[in-house]
Design a protein around this ligand. Structure first.
Ligand SMILES: [Zn+2]
Length: 147
């Protein structure tokens, strides 16, 4: 027999950028691109031993702060690491989504493939924003109005 007790779980419902005050919710695509740092200071810290600090930044403020000192690398995968088709198409469409624009037929094909994949109900429920944003890109590229 098992006895259960109620526990309260806290989760982040809103992120506010400490740089520009942009507010994002978990349903926003940019929510997952926020950079959050928290640190416990030790002996020798300029902030004081035992102090805690934290900062939450949107990706734009973070990039502005880091400027040229930020090291960005392409994703790499071990040869024996099999990526499923969902992950492959998500990564392929990601850069186009970040650029917010389809510029050629090749990119259109990548986005359409991703849209088809997300159309699967299983993926729609997981990432509705991605689907709508991708569809907007396709509509913009094809000159179709959503109205
Ligand atoms: Zn910001």
């Amino acid at each position: 027999m098992k006895h259960f007790k109620e526990i309260t779980v806290k989760e982040v419902s809103l992120l506010i950028c400490d740089g520009c005050s942009e507010k994002v919710e978990p349903s926003d695509y940019t929510f997952h691109e926020f950079i959050s740092v928290s640190h416990s200071c030790g002996y020798g810290s300029i902030h004081g031993d035992g102090k805690q600090f934290s900062i939450d930044l949107c990706q734009q403020c973070f990039a502005d702060m880091c400027d040229d000192s930020l090291t960005i690398t392409e994703p790499t995968y071990e040869d024996d690491e099999e990526l499923d088709e969902n992950t492959m198409s998500r990564l392929a469409a990601r850069n186009i989504l970040l650029a917010k624009k389809i510029t050629n037929k090749e990119e259109e094909a990548i986005v359409l493939k991703r849209v088809n994949m997300l159309w699967d109900a299983q993926h729609i429920s997981a990432e509705p924003n991605e689907l709508y944003q991708l569809m907007d890109l396709v509509f913009a590229y094809q000159g179709i109005s959503r109205d």
